[in-house]
Design a binder for this molecule. Structure first.
Ligand code: FA5
Length: 345
């Protein structure tokens, strides 16, 4: 039996040395040391030996088993290291390969313009107000001094839902809503939002677009306050060199009413294709709040006055970034939108 044991040991050690990889070595382990292996068999067969031989043989089997195990473990360490090395070699990264571009989302250019304008007015103590896009005729027109049948309604043809409900044609209804909510108290708000008109779509007109309304009501609010505020706005959006010009205009809800132009940022006022050779670009409508509008919303127009303005961020974004067609903002063409990823706006 001792001879058989030594034979087994030699055989096992030979196979361990010959194992070329972890898998083969594990097969050797199972074959020689496993429950059904020959060494276990020998241990099981000990019962058949004479009692005096058992301790000697038992010790011998254990020594052989330990020797085989130790040899197996050290071979295993070598093979495992070899396997890791081979794997690493196979997995080397070619750092000269160009990386795959990752698509990074970004705020829409219109959102950026609106947020920039919001930031400016928030820094001057304005609050941001909101109003419904599906609006009552009363707030969209009547409360703004545009009774039914008023000819100025034609300038803002609307989408009617019923005779008295429509998609708002401008953000000005938020003027009336806010005044009613503020119950005769002074305040400063801007209101960005979507508006709708039955305009035919072209390069500068859309049936749905964005507006930002501004309204300040308080004691002793004057036209010079409006002019100063708008001048600051123009410089912030278009650069310190910009001048503004107020031209007389007409809105039923403001008196006097003006339209504001900025000096052309491309030619500086000399005349070019952007400003249609006039040196000026129209930006927004504004004026002093009409006393009727104040009174209808419960304000004492003798004590408090106000100014209001309404602008189209699309037009501002078009001027700021040189976008030649308003429809680019709505078609979600990534080739258009991606230009705003790369540019530091
Ligand atoms: C108004 O809507 C007034 N509510 C503005 C106002 C507010 C005046 C407060 C006085 C006091 P207007 O119709 O001009 O005014 O429109 C204002 C701006 O909206 C325009 O200067 C333009 O920038 C933009 N706009 C008007 N129609 C369209 C359109 N179809 N597509 C894109 N932008 C438009």
């Amino acid at each position: 039996m001792e001879q058989q044991l030594q034979g087994l040991k030699a055989e096992a050690l030979e196979k361990i040395a010959a194992a070329a990889n972890v898998k083969q070595l594990n097969e050797v382990r199972v074959a020689y040391l496993g429950k059904k292996g020959p060494i276990t068999d020998l241990l099981k067969g000990m019962g058949k030996l004479p009692a005096e031989e058992r301790p000697k043989m038992g010790a011998l089997v254990n020594v052989v088993r330990e020797e085989v195990t130790t040899e197996l473990e050290s071979r295993m360490a070598i093979l495992e290291e070899q396997a890791t090395r081979e794997k690493l070699q196979k997995e080397t990264i070619d750092i000269t390969l160009p990386g795959r571009p990752v698509n990074v989302g970004n705020a829409h250019p219109l959102t950026r313009v609106v947020e920039e304008i919001e930031d400016l007015f928030l820094s001057m103590g304005y609050e941001i107000a909101e109003g419904p896009e599906v609006e009552k005729d009363y707030y969209n027109f009547e409360a703004l001094n545009l009774p039914k049948g008023h000819p100025a309604r034609d300038m803002q043809d609307s989408f009617y839902i019923t005779d008295d409900v429509l998609l708002r044609t401008h953000t000005s209804p938020v003027q009336a809503r806010t005044m009613i909510e503020k119950k005769g108290q002074p305040f400063k708000i801007i209101c960005p939002g979507k508006v709708y008109r039955r305009d035919s779509d072209d390069a500068t007109h859309s049936h749905q677009f964005t507006q930002i309304e501004g309204l300040v009501v308080g004691e002793d609010i004057r036209m010079s306050d409006l002019k100063g505020t708008l001048s600051l706005f123009a410089k912030k959006m278009f650069g310190d060199d910009r001048e503004i010009r107020l031209r007389p205009s007409f809105f039923p809800f403001t008196e006097p009413s003006v339209e504001m132009d900025i000096s052309c940022f491309k030619c500086g006022g000399e005349g070019c294709n952007v400003c249609k050779k006039t040196g000026w670009i129209e930006i927004l409508g504004a004026g002093m709040v009409h006393p009727n509008v104040l009174e209808m919303a419960g304000y004492d127009s003798k004590r408090l006055t106000g100014f209001a303005f309404g602008m189209g961020p699309e037009r501002i974004a078009m001027l700021k970034y040189g976008v030649e067609d308003i429809r680019h903002f709505y078609t979600n063409d990534t080739r258009f939108l991606q230009q705003f990823l790369r540019t530091e706006l």
